[in-house]
Design a protein around this ligand. Structure first.
Ligand code: ZN
Length: 204
């Protein structure tokens, strides 16, 4: 018999695709994500959540019962590129979701919806983290400063974004930092050579 969450996800396929394409169409950068954040907040409210803003442009909400907490994370920002695909849902501005964050956000919304539908079955808390500015490696730190981490957090699961996930997980568990964006990259292969955003706020 198929896993019941997988069956439900299949039923929601069109809805997940529609969210992904909407986010793709108005791809936004870094912390400047007004339309993306508005869509995430609207969808979460429609599922029965009371989402909160966290840091400059992050969104969080929780489902389940008080107790041990697992955090599910996805990123929402795009890259400063033109899209020339000609697809009906191609980006309408100078940014493009060429790193897949549109699908990450749509998938996390779907997970939030499914878990809300089955909230009574949960034995603890699941916290959702919709993160801005993964591409400049600044969004996770900003949300940590905004209080996304708390004492009862026992695990962090990040959707697909390996580099940011490693960094974020390292910060979460206060271990020696494997990746530090403020240092040169000779000691780690996973960070870009330069941040996409320079100190004066301009992009390369
Ligand atoms: Zn990315």
């Amino acid at each position: 018999m198929e896993n019941s969450y997988l069956s439900r996800a299949r039923e929601m396929m069109e809805e997940i695709r529609a969210n992904r394409r909407t986010i793709h169409e108005y791809a936004e950068l870094a912390f400047d994500l007004p339309q993306t954040v508005a869509l995430v907040m609207k969808e979460l409210k429609s599922y029965g959540y009371e989402p909160k803003l966290c840091g400059k442009a992050g969104v969080t909400c929780t489902v389940g019962k008080p107790g041990k907490c697992i955090l599910l994370r996805a990123d929402m920002d795009a890259l400063p590129m033109y899209e020339k695909t000609g697809l009906p849902f191609a980006s309408k501005n100078k940014s493009c979701h060429s790193c897949g964050h549109d699908s990450h956000t749509a998938m996390l919304l779907a997970a939030a919806k499914m878990l809300k539908e089955r909230e009574d079955e949960l034995e603890g808390t699941v916290k959702f983290m919709f993160q801005p500015d993964e591409e400049d490696l600044a969004g996770a730190k900003d949300m940590i400063r905004g209080g996304v981490i708390h004492n009862q957090l026992i695990a962090v699961i990040s959707l697909l974004e390996f580099c940011a996930a490693m960094y974020f997980t390292a910060v979460c568990f206060r271990k020696a930092l494997v990746f530090d964006p403020s240092r040169p990259t000779d000691d780690g292969p996973f960070l870009p050579q330069k941040p996409l955003r320079q100190k004066n706020g301009k992009r390369r």
